[in-house]
Ligand binder design. Structure first.
Ligand code: MLT
Length: 278
């Protein structure tokens, strides 16, 4: 394990590289306490969790990896599935010797992976937080848009495809009032390699339909929505929380699709209260 220290203060905030099943997985590890696994969205990386991790590290052990091909992980040459990404996350926890059940928190694509994780590794999960995501499959139009995005990324290079998404990802309030958040977002959008965009779009196209599976879950679940999310609207999140037995819903104000980046304090409070109350 090679260690690249990046200390932000209380209690600690490290960035390390972990070898998982033959591939190097960069991961942020911070804090101490019951573990939370944070799974990033598309086409972002673990930095989208930085603000929330800084807040929650006071009470929890926070683990936030870069998935295959994203962030500081090596560009991916081969296709992967959403299940592969869930299996990577489980293997990461084992390599880190986190053997107790964890809370799994995923945003959007990370939510699809979190659902896979709950489904495959149920005994390893104490609770799940599903942010700005959905259980159902894509519409025909959304499927076509994924093919177009994968093609466009490979043909033109990633920034033009991903940067064109930026205004749909956030609330108007974030766009005008949070320049630091927008800069961080633009950095991630620009740095994601074209091949990763293409493989991830194909993985999301082929994901499993969780609409009936979630109604059989027996795990505490919190669904977090942004009141300005145009990608996964609040009523979709509300339907999902109603379908999960005992599921809870938290709608965050002045936030679009990226609730943890746009309103980190509200997001961290929602997760903390949910996990302490269970
Ligand atoms: C994400 O934010 O991860 C994406 O919106 C997921 C998707 O394209 O379905």
């Amino acid at each position: 394990m090679s260690v690249n220290r990046n200390v932000h203060g209380w209690p600690f905030f490290d960035s390390i590289n972990v070898r998982v099943n033959g591939r190097m997985m960069p991961v942020t590890i911070a804090g101490a306490g019951s573990p939370i696994l944070f799974i990033h969205g598309f086409p972002l990386d673990r930095r989208m969790w930085d603000a929330v991790v800084s807040l929650l590290a006071q009470s929890f052990l926070c683990v936030a990896p870069d998935l295959r091909g994203f962030g500081k992980s090596r560009e991916e040459r081969f296709s992967f599935s959403i299940a592969d990404l869930a299996i990577d996350c489980r293997a990461l926890l084992r390599v880190l010797q986190i053997n107790q059940p964890v809370a799994v928190c995923g945003l959007s694509m990370g939510g699809y992976i979190a659902m896979e994780f709950v489904d495959r590794f149920t005994p390893d999960v104490v609770a799940v937080v599903l942010a700005n995501t959905k259980a159902e499959l894509d519409t025909e139009a959304a499927r076509n848009a994924r093919f177009a995005s994968a093609n466009g990324a490979l043909r033109t290079g990633s920034p033009s495809v991903t940067l064109s998404m930026r205004e749909r990802l956030v609330a108007p309030e974030t766009l005008s009032n949070r320049p630091g958040t927008m800069t961080q977002l633009d950095t991630m959008l620009t740095e994601t390699p074209a091949s990763t965009i293409a493989w991830a779009q194909l993985a999301m196209l082929a994901r499993v339909d969780f609409t009936s599976k979630i109604s059989n879950w027996n795990v505490p679940a919190l669904c977090v929505a942004g009141n300005r999310d145009v990608i996964v609207p609040t009523d979709t999140m509300s339907r999902m929380s109603n379908a999960i037995p005992g599921g809870k819903l938290d709608v965050i104000s002045d936030a679009g699709h990226l609730t943890p980046m746009e309103q980190p304090e509200a997001f961290a409070n929602a997760v903390r209260e949910f996990l302490f109350a269970r």
